[in-house]
Design a protein around this ligand. Sequence first.
Ligand code: CA
Length: 237
Amino acid sequence: MSKKILIVEDEKNIVDILSFNLGREGYETLEAYDGAAGLKLALEEDPDLILLDIMLPRMNGFDVCKAVREKNTSIPIIMLTAREEESDKVFGLEVGADDYITKPFSMRELLARVKANIRRTELTTAHPTPPAEDDGRRLVRGRIMIDMGLLMAFKDGRAVDLTPKEYELLKFLATEPGQVFSREVLMERVWNYNNFVGEDRAVDVAIRRLREKIEDDPANPEFVITRRGLGYLFREE
Ligand code: CA
């Protein structure tokens, strides 16, 4: 069955070019030209991915993202930011976007991001448990197993539905258990934000979402630990 992508964008020429190119790649598309209509379609049609503009009539992209996350935590959301504004990207992550792409974007880049963000839901369906054969690229950390061939994580032998960034964050921390990483380092190494200054709440939000997926009790984490004032680490065995 073809994957359904919701495009929420008020510039008709951008919507047209996105629909055309996504359609050519075999995706089905839904279009909304304002935030309120986008939110309605997101909740009613249960798309496989949302491309979400920020500056929209009736309801901005941040509020749409927040509202979608309150109802459903797993639809991948890619924000389309008009400017190279750090604050837009960071705020997008804070309200629960998985990724962002800056306009004007290259279609190839956008299609690659769409594919990567949709791939994970397919993978979790295809591999609810780890494949029998170990391709030698597995990182085992107690109850957590990271399969770097599949780009998936498993907990107690069951697939965890992580976004690409959550996967990267977990893998980054788990590669060096016991090592504390500051928020600045995580912003740089996981999100590729260079010279990141200012608010680092985006990291805390991402960590919180990761914990909700991998921890038995997110309030008392067993795997991803906070070092107050310093940053985060993956617990050493
Ligand atoms: Ca706009």
